[in-house]
Write a protein that binds this ligand. Sequence first.
Ligand SMILES: [Zn+2]
Length: 695
Amino acid sequence: MNILAKRNGAGYALTPYRIEFRPQRDLHKREELKDVLDLLYARKVKAWWYSVAARGSIPLFRSKALPFREDADTELYRWLVEEAHDRGIAMFSWEYLNTAPLAAAQHPEWRFRYFGEEKAGRSTRDDHFVCYNSPYGELLKQYCLEVVGELGFDGIWFDGCYMHSDHSGRMACRCSYCTDKYRQATGQSVPETVDYRNAGFRRFADWRYDDFTAYWRSLSRYIRERKENAIIALNYFNRIGHDERSGSPLRRMPMDAMIASESCSKPYQLLLQHRTLRALNDNYPTEVWDYFRDAAQHASDVPEPEPASMLFHARCSATAGGYASFGFEAPPSSYAELMSALSAALDPIAEYVGGEPERCIALVLSGATKDYAYVKDDGCPDAWQTWKAVHGMHNLLNSLHWPTEILLDNMLTPDFLNRFKAVILPDVRCLSDASAAHLQQYVERGGFVLLSGACGILTELGEERKRGALDEWFGIKGRDTAPSRPLLDIRDPGLLASGIPSSCMLTGTAMLMRTEGGEVLAAGRYRKPMPRHSWSPDGIAANTNPLHSGDAIVRKSHGNGAAVWLASNVGAGYAEHPSLRTREAVGAILGRHLERPFRTDAPANVVVTRWEQEGRTVFHLLNMPQSLLHLPANGNSAIYPEDFTPTRPISIRLTESWQTAYSPSGGTVRIQREETETCITLDSLEQHAVIVLNR
Ligand SMILES: [Zn+2]
């Protein structure tokens, strides 16, 4: 990963943070740009996204591929890139992948054709979107080559990597190029309306994912074959609020490009977002963008905002192995002090970001489940159900200090599974036969799998199965069809010994199981609730609904490994109600089946990650107040310095032998060799710390 990152894009991918400042309508004057360059140089900013187009994708250089505006000035850009390089600044051009108003005006047939009824209020902007399957797709490649070739930019950062309209998020594309291509590939017609309840539509949606990804791949290959050191970065949109409409699949997508993103729900999703990006493609360290924000106005145009929010964004990114990029709306000179603060804090840690993550637990984020398992009455997916299940489980694992990476649907293969000690499936309802078989083999060979909720009850395309993909293997004879909130009777001596009360509840709803051949660690029972306040003449009515019972937590050994199935969808519950009892129960189950790669006494609100980097090991410790993790996230993402109460001393214990430890982020670290362990102690943690160990 780091070899590419060092060689390409003038080192862009290893810069401590990147800023976005680009022309709005008019070309900047050289004096203005020189002032910006001098400012960035003085404030030690090492990467800048400018743009060779005015806002809205109006090219401002004399492109041979795409129409440009009259006042285009090719020389200005050549000059700018040279000046930036003289100051050691990597220079990217920010572009929109899917808009080209001048080209669309000449070729209306290249435009996106949206699904659904034409609603009133279609914006002018919606007519600017053009389809990559039209001739625009090839012209865009040539245009990009001009930008990194003739103009000399180090790379292109593509925003607009999605296939929906601007104002209403209507899905695209039904243009003649797309419909012809789909018919040729499958013999089918593109469906008329968006309806995920319809199997034909789901097949089209699946094809659309593959087709769009194939274009990204061909675009980046086209550039990299002709300009070896350029980086194509693509903004990834299948995230909270954009999801399936974007056309980008939640699947590993090998390609010679950098997959980056924008913060979707800062700071709540940021760790998970970086880990997801790494699963998609790990050619480069990950990158997530956000605005320079200020709590005073919760706006992105407030000069000199308090740095805490931006520092947290960058440090949270660093903890998850990635970097931050930032945009803003006031002139760059309004952020001189902020840039100095960011550079002072982030320069010393930049080289300790990323590397090989500790691969201990693989948490499965299933795009198929997100799209197909929970479809609303309007025919659109309720993606929130899957985000909650994964987000909650991810929070829980962070609090337990189990190192976690993400696996996507197409990564449930021996190659990826075998890198991990355990695999967790949080309500992964859509599972292919092949994935189910690979998970079974993984357990047979000694792996541990933790399942929660109704895993495997649907195929990878959302079709109902007569019997769940893992049910026979696990000995599940049946399960409730409606969710309940059962009371658990804990039977397992191990869980009881770890302090779980004999009668308790886990967070999330359950579909109790009927199993055979396994070890029932906990049974569940419930009565259907009575309507709230069911008064009768002599007082509140007793609940006379019949008592229902089933298996709530079951363990089964297979070959050299084991699997534990929780009937409760604890991840979804934990995202909204992070119950300590649930965390303790999951912790006890994991602790019984897995060896920890390191032990720490860090409090639950401190996230600890570990990275291998050429002969050294690096720990990141992040103070992540639990209150920041609550879902749903509110709109105001600004953070106050006082949100981070300094901790007591934190120790990390490893079985390997390390000789020296130091903290490039400041703070005092002590290292102590004990009989069988190395113990590292950090005196106190405020927002974030990096600890580097050398042999
Ligand atoms: Zn199209």
